[in-house]
Write a protein that binds this ligand. Structure first.
Ligand SMILES: [Cu+2]
Length: 330
């Protein structure tokens, strides 16, 4: 624990120099709260751990054989005061941490909608209505859909500063794990399941969205930038994306193949290193990807984007299921 804590402290300045924000240099209140919890929990646990680390060498030295001043008590076995301290202190720490962290877990529930009340508790301000983002994990990129704004992007999540972002996540391949350490915690994305994550950035900056669950040879390149930008920049970005090539069910079938971001750029004739944005021609894409795994039939290998025999022409997405059927899928 202490070693982890120490390493984190050493790592902090070097990470902060980077242009990207990581866990210890958050750009939003949720990641900031998580950081302070880690630091406080480590500090409180040190109350029990530090004396042991400090006293062990001292005891060895004090009671060494050659020290004539230390008392020799070979029959000593029990000391009430000592027992009370060494069981009592950890007990108090465990109780205090449990009560405090349970509250934190409830406040920072990734499924929780960030509204005015929550913003107040996180000591931050909101500047506008939430932005809905659907996230589909693919081999080996993150696809972000903005169904209300009619745009989509691959490998680059752009969010406006001060506005809550409500994400729904799923996977159209194996299980994946989404983590944007500068903004929020980690959440899984699984085929046929819909998870949620709320984000909030209160200053402009860039962090990274990683997949932290190994999913094959392109895994290491599945890192997407997450950019928090001012409202006007965001509006401009959406406007530009609206004019891009449409993303419909057929385009999606090609996009879903096992390719990394560079391969996607060349497949769709985009500038090397440049943005990959689409106008969203199929706003229900997320629900249709979900429905692929929920229609009661096994998905044949040629319709599974992660499969070597995946065939984009055979992988037409089904119509979304009725909302009632999507019930207990979260
Ligand atoms: Cu787990």
């Amino acid at each position: 624990m202490l070693i982890t804590f120490g390493l984190l402290m050493i790592a902090a300045p070097s990470l902060a120099q980077d242009s990207e924000h990581y866990f210890l240099d958050p750009m939003g209140p949720i990641a900031r709260a998580q950081r302070s919890e880690l630091i406080w929990a480590a500090a409180i646990i040190s109350i029990a751990v530090l004396p042991v680390i400090v006293c062990t060498p001292w005891v060895y030295w004090r009671y060494r054989r050659s020290n004539p001043k230390s008392t020799y008590t070979p029959d000593w076995a029990f000391n009430t005061k000592l027992e009370l301290v060494q069981w009592g202190v950890p007990l108090v720490i465990v109780i205090a941490l449990s009560v405090w962290l349970a509250q934190a877990v409830y406040l920072l529930d990734p499924y929780r909608t960030i509204d005015d009340e929550m913003a107040e508790r996180l000591d931050t301000g909101l500047t506008g209505p939430p932005v809905m983002v659907d996230v589909i994990g693919l081999d080996w990129k993150w696809l972000y859909l903005y169904p209300e704004l009619g745009v989509a992007s691959v490998g680059d999540l752009v969010i406006p500063v001060g506005r809550p972002v409500q994400m729904r996540l799923t996977s159209d391949t194996v299980m994946q794990s989404f983590m944007a350490p500068g903004l929020a915690g980690q959440i899984y994305a699984m085929a046929g399941m819909r998870t949620r994550l709320s984000l909030l950035a209160d200053r402009p900056g860039t962090t990274v969205a990683e997949n932290t669950q190994y999913n094959g040879p392109g895994f290491a390149r599945q890192r997407a930038s997450v950019r928090a930008v001012e409202d006007t920049t965001f509006a401009q970005w959406v406007d530009d994306a609206t004019k891009a090539e449409p993303l419909d069910v057929e385009t999606y079938a090609r996009l879903a193949q096992s390719t990394d971001l560079d391969e996607v750029r060349s497949m769709f004739g985009r500038t090397p290193g440049g943005p990959v944005v689409f106008s969203l021609a199929e706003p229900q894409l997320f629900d249709r990807v979900m429905a692929r795994y929920l229609n009661g039939q096994p998905v044949p290998p040629e319709q599974q984007p992660g499969s070597p025999v995946y065939d984009p022409d055979a992988a037409i997405l089904p119509e979304p299921l009725a909302m009632g059927m999507m019930g207990g899928m979260e």
